[in-house]
Design a protein around this ligand. Structure first.
Ligand SMILES: *Cc1c(COP(=O)(O)O)cnc(C)c1O
Length: 444
């Protein structure tokens, strides 16, 4: 397993993260357990911020909180000078409850409810990224009732689809998100918005994909967006002050993944915008980006306790752990690949090839196929790396499992930032209709 950030093998032959022995963390907090390397999260934040500072551009680096949205993470984002993207009332609530400055919150989503729009207006957030015509007019109406004006970006689809190692340029993008530039709907949206008094147009937003290892897709998106900005300026007499090029910067999950240094994405984006806008003598806009995975992905490690095994000679040996698709649905959803090691015996030589199975009643609940490990025993601690993004935030209570705790580790200290769920958390929200109850319920 590749050792990210402060991860290392200590003198006892155990995996250590943030100066904490992971076998001790497992004993103290129980497993499954999400462990976050706080120093590595902060380092990723700083890589983006420092890369932008070096360009001279005005900028915002908005952490896409959907990757991992808990209050302590919102605190880190604020302390590191980041802005914050939310995509739901629940994420907005989490950010506000953590004291995140509302004026640095941006709200995304293809189907924001009237209640979510009200919540955003009441909190006076920095910007709403408008996704469709219905939302544009609904926002204007609700803002009017409240006597407010909301800053907006338009989510546009530039006709660029980026994949890990290549990008596809499509004439018209088949996606549920945003206004298409190619078919004129983005232009039409801006025309309509110009007539609305309760929205203030800052500019446009594009997000071309996820886990991207090349800069070409961002360059092409910048090109399409810049052309669009120029057309709009000439024909509609409005100048964008913000260009947001989204997130999607790739990280190393397994051997063979080859992400670029984060600064290179920033340099490619700012370089493109600078030259494209200069060509039209267009005033340089602020540049915003929205990294999620690249801020938290490699800082997360999940610890599991090994339980039963099943060996099918000549076929496969299954080693089961005490979690699975409930705490990490990505292998089942996307066939995502992960690396792992035995945290309590990290120096032992590998002896066998096994597949790591989750404990859920679902054949597809496999975490890793064909992993080299020492001979495992029940009670061993398995550490799966790079689980910081889209694991806790996608976790479920399938099979009524309790969602794990989350700890932040740093300088030998471990702080609980989400406690493990209790049985009360799992079943306490249920109610049984009176007619089905085994005994009359006491009235208070
Ligand atoms: C998901 C998403 C992001 C973050 O993507 P990552 O791949 O985690 O960096 C940013 N912006 C928007 C609009 C998104 O939907």
């Amino acid at each position: 397993m590749y050792l990210h950030g402060t991860s290392k093998i200590n003198t006892a032959g155990r995996l250590e993260i943030g100066g904490c022995d992971t076998a001790e963390l497992a004993a103290k907090f129980g497993t499954p357990l999400y462990v976050f390397d706080e120093a590595l999260i902060r380092r990723r934040c700083r890589e983006f911020v420092e890369a932008f500072r070096a360009t001279g551009f005005q900028f915002q680096v908005a952490y896409a909180s959907k990757a991992f949205c808990v209050m302590a993470m919102c605190r880190i984002a604020e302390e590191e000078g980041l802005s914050l993207d939310v995509v739901s009332d629940g994420e907005l609530y989490t950010a506000l409850r953590a004291g995140f400055p509302a004026d640095r919150i941006h709200f995304h989503g293809n189907n924001k409810t009237p209640e979510e729009i009200e919540m955003a207006l009441d909190a006076k957030i920095g910007c709403i990224v408008v996704d469709n015509f219905m939302e544009l007019h609904l926002l204007n109406e609700i803002a009017k009732e409240k006597g407010a004006v909301m800053n907006i970006l338009f989510r546009v689809t530039p006709g660029v689809e980026a994949h890990t190692h290549e990008f596809i340029s499509t004439g018209q993008t088949d996606t549920k998100f945003g206004f298409d530039i190619g078919n004129g709907s983005a232009y039409q949206a801006i025309r309509e918005a110009l007539a609305l008094k309760h929205v203030n147009i800052l500019g446009v937003h594009s997000h071309i994909g996820s886990q991207i290892f090349e800069v070409d897709g961002f360059r092409l998106a910048a090109e399409r967006v810049a052309e669009f900005a120029q057309t709009v300026r000439q024909e509609l007499d409005i100048t964008f002050s913000v260009i947001n090029l989204g997130g999607g910067f790739g990280i190393r999950y397994v051997e063979g993944d080859s992400p670029l240094p984060l600064s290179q994405y920033v340099q490619a984006i700012t370089g493109s915008i600078k030259s494209l806008f200069a060509k039209h003598e267009y005033p340089l806009p602020e540049i915003w980006i929205e990294p999620g995975r690249s801020i938290v992905g490699d800082a997360g490690t999940t610890l599991y306790t090994v339980g039963s095994t099943k060996n099918i000679p000549g076929v496969r040996k299954y080693v089961s752990v005490d979690g699975g698709m409930t705490d990490n649905p990505r292998p089942a959803l996307y066939d995502a690949k992960y690396e792992a090691l035995l945290a309590n015996r990290a120096n032992d030589p590998n002896e066998e090839t096994v597949s790591i199975a989750g404990k859920c009643c679902e054949t597809g609940d496999m975490l890793i196929r064909d992993l080299e490990l020492p001979a495992t025993e029940a009670g061993d601690i398995l550490a799966v790396s790079c689980t910081g993004a889209y694991n806790y935030s996608m976790a479920s209570n399938y099979n009524r499992l309790r969602r794990p705790a989350v700890v932040f580790v740093r300088d030998g200290e471990a702080d609980l930032v989400v406690r493990r769920e209790t049985f009360e958390d799992v079943a306490g929200k249920d109610t049984v209709p009176e007619r089905m109850r085994k005994q009359p319920v006491a009235r208070s």
